[in-house]
Design a protein around this ligand. Structure first.
Ligand code: PHE
Length: 465
């Protein structure tokens, strides 16, 4: 029957490589190509990098293993999985929280996906240079970066164009997701991730020829510890969670599609290594480009949509490099977006007995409605504020400052304290078949280190320490 399933008939990924491609596809997203470089830029380059790698090793990987263990042991959607692992207890609410995080993130992630599609199109049609010339005609004092900043602001706050691109992003996701776990997610990831890798290597090759290469490398790799303070630590931990897609139900959902002989520790480490490598390579692409054209790398969130188009305009061969770059970030966005979608889709299929088609349709309609509201909140509906933020920023803040730390904290406590130690040992060793030498340090990380670290970021994120 062609399809590999568990003995309950539930879908699993067909191959190890496909499973890793899907999980790496989820992990590698705007977090790697946009957020990691700009936070590294703000937080001291190499010094941030060292702390980030430690956060991935000692917090990110342990939490990913915990989430894989929950998903793979239960073979259920995120809510069903927490319930099945700890039956008759309120721990299922942590699964529900993960589901809620995924649904809220979906609202702004589809909008950013739409922006990347639009910018790929604009790069293809050479629209950045046309825009800059037109804007400079109107105001001769504008430089390229100034023109592109104003242009980006106009684009995201306009009522129609970003919505059209958001809808296209949702349609692309729906097309893949309708194919299911193996023929949709796994197949798409297995094709798109190698393409992403090749694009990235071409861009790294281009970076080598830039005269700012050495400065860029120095910035990224030579640590400047004078910039390190509590806030840099917090950024590093927050970025590690976001980038590895933990604390939002995704790795529980993808873990539930792993077969019973997959080594969870090895898989989580492979995903984390690839994710970190790709983030670093994105830095290798971006920083030399900034230094070559005298643009400060610590520009913040405008780095990808404003700074880089300005850099590409000046770079020899910048047209093709720009097209490849925006295509790269679009691919990264699609494979991440589909993993967020899979959280509510698997929930609807299993808990509400919907068909795959119905679940995909319902999730897309939800993403569309929330996406429209998010997009309009940057323009037309900007007057409508929640806790001082427009809806777009509110969803970003409420998920990353409150909901994700709480979800991560409770997951660590549940696996570390509430479940028996042999839950983790059984999951990691595949029922005793494989070695689980790291289970003791892992349990202690989940019991003590992770909760303390997460509590500290949580309290400081909300301004209490
Ligand atoms: N981990 C992905 C990234 O680095 C993004 C992601 C965030 C995916 C939130 C799902 C949910 O961008």
């Amino acid at each position: 029957m062609g399809h590999k399933t568990t003995n309950t008939g539930r879908a699993t990924f067909a191959t190890r490589l496909g499973a890793v491609a899907a999980a790496v596809g989820s992990a590698v997203g705007f977090g790697n190509i946009w957020r990691f470089p700009y936070i590294t830029g703000q937080d001291g380059g190499g010094a941030f990098l060292i702390i980030y790698v430690l956060a991935v090793l000692f917090l990110g990987i342990p939490l990913m293993i915990a989430e894989f263990s929950i998903g793979r042991t239960a073979h259920r959607n995120v809510v069903g999985a927490y319930r099945k692992i700890a039956p008759g207890t309120p721990w299922w609410t942590v699964g529900a929280l993960g589901l809620a995080v995924a649904m809220l993130i979906l609202g702004f992630y589809v909008v950013i996906s739409g922006w990347t599609l639009c910018y790929t199109w604009r790069a293809l049609t050479n629209d950045f240079s046309a825009t800059v010339s037109a804007m400079q005609m109107a105001d001769a004092s504008l430089d390229a970066a100034g023109a592109l900043t104003a242009d980006f602001g106009n684009f995201v706050s306009s009522p129609i164009a970003p919505l059209a691109w958001t809808i296209l992003a949702i349609i692309i996701n729906a097309g893949i997701l309708l194919g299911g776990v193996q023929k949709g997610i796994e197949r798409a990831s297995s094709v798109l991730m190698p393409v992403l890798g090749i694009l990235l290597l071409i861009l790294v090759g281009n970076s080598l020829r830039l005269n700012g290469f050495a400065d860029g490398m120095r910035f990224l790799f030579v640590p400047d510890f004078s910039k390190v303070d509590g806030h840099v630590l917090i950024d590093a931990i927050g970025q590690a969670f976001f980038s590895l897609s933990v604390a939002m139900g995704i790795m529980v959902a993808y873990g539930s599609y792993l077969d019973d002989s997959t080594k969870l520790g090895k898989t989580a480490s492979q995903v984390a290594i690839m994710d970190t490598l790709i983030a670093i390579l994105a830095g290798v692409v971006i920083f030399p480009a900034c230094f070559s054209f005298g643009i400060a790398p610590g520009q913040g969130s405008g780095l990808v949509f404003v700074t880089l188009p300005a850099v590409f305009l000046q770079m020899p061969g910048g047209y093709i490099i720009g097209v490849l770059f925006f295509f790269l970030i679009t691919l990264a966005g699609i494979t991440s977006c589909m993993s967020i979608f899979e959280v509510p889709i698997s929930f609807l299929q299993e808990e509400l007995n919907m068909s795959r088609k119905g679940a995909v349709a319902a999730s897309c309609v939800f993403a569309l409605v929330l996406g429209i509201a998010c997009s309009l909140s940057l323009g037309l509906w900007n007057g409508f504020q929640i806790a001082g933020d427009c809806l777009f920023d509110f969803l970003d803040h409420v998920t990353s400052l409150y909901m994700m730390p709480i979800c991560a904290l409770l997951t660590a406590i549940m696996v570390g304290w509430a479940l028996k130690k042999n839950f983790l040992e059984h999951a990691i060793s595949n029922g005793g078949k494989d070695s689980a030498w790291f289970v003791t340090p892992l349990v202690w990380i989940l019991r003590i280190f992770a909760p303390v670290a997460i509590l500290v970021i949580f309290l400081s994120g909300i301004g209490l320490i």
